[in-house]
Design a protein around this ligand. Structure first.
Ligand code: 4H3
Length: 262
């Protein structure tokens, strides 16, 4: 079981994303427990303020340390531990599948969502153990990144994904992008499902899928091929793929695709 406490000024933002589908089922089964904690409830001052102007000047408001320290101490007291304490921030460590796997093995996580210009540095220095970014862009708050993190971590908690859909088969967990998939009908508006998938030759299908994964990864994310663990068979397939591409004349802009429908 994974318990996650999320500290935020905008608790209403969290109703919706975790009330559907797999995450909803995981919560019902208590595989994950999510607690949304309103930082404002921990403000010591009479107007319940939670932000203030930055020392040294500058635009905007910062979240004050007091309510966050008090909310974090509440978590520590009631959970017996803080667990890893994550601040979602553009200057954090990039969220990857392997970081998500690591976090999914914890039993307690505390997430702090910043808003406005961010939080007082003393929170980061004294309480935060992990600063994590979901990508190189700035958002108005840490709430959406927290939801992304919870979703990707939750689906890795044992039992959350059904028997049929295994997390081990996903893109990235194997270090390669996924092969294309098709379902019925066999022909849709004249568009056919690749013949190889229909003939029932499991070994042929396996090789075709592997070839697609390798080609797709080479085209779109060549840098992840470098770190992928390739089998001897993969290396042979990859060599053949490269030879085939050279025969066709390797385009200069491999990896970049022209826009469709234009
Ligand atoms: C995280 C947080 C982007 C990310 C964020 C990300 C607002 C953090 C404010 C909030 C601070 C400014 N934006 N890429 N924004 O994961 O509280 O940094």
């Amino acid at each position: 079981m994974l318990n996650i406490d999320i500290l935020t000024l905008f608790s209403e933002m969290f109703s919706g994303p975790f009330d559907h589908s797999m995450i909803k089922r995981a919560r019902e089964q208590l595989l994950i427990v999510l607690n949304i904690i309103d930082i404002r409830d921990f403000s010591d001052n009479k107007h319940n303020t939670v932000d203030d102007t930055p020392y040294g000047g500058g635009a905007g408001m910062l979240m004050s340390p007091q309510p966050i320290f008090k909310a974090v101490e509440w978590v520590r007291e009631h959970r017996g531990t803080l667990g890893r304490c994550v601040y979602l921030s553009p200057d954090g460590e990039p969220l990857t599948q392997s970081l998500a796997e690591e976090l999914s093995r914890e039993s307690q996580l505390t997430l702090i969502c910043g808003h406005y210009e961010g939080i007082d540095q003393r929170v980061r220095d004294e309480l935060v153990t992990d600063e994590i970014t979901i990508g190189d862009y700035v958002l108005t708050g840490g709430e959406l990144p927290a939801m992304v993190l919870v979703d990707t971590v939750a689906r890795l908690v044992p039992g959350v994904l059904g028997e049929s859909s295994s997390a081990e088969e996903d893109s990235f967990s194997e270090g390669l992008l996924e092969y294309p998939q098709y379902t019925r009908p066999r022909v849709y508006q004249g568009l056919e499902v690749p013949e190889v998938l229909l003939n029932g030759h499991h070994e042929q299908i396996r090789l075709w899928r592997r070839r697609c994964s390798l080609l797709h990864t080479l085209e779109r994310r060549p840098e992840i091929l470098e770190s992928a663990e390739l089998t001897q068979e993969d290396k042979i397939i990859l060599k053949q793929v490269v030879l085939d591409l050279e025969k066709l004349g390797l385009p200069e802009d491999i990896g970049r695709k022209k826009r469709k429908n234009s």
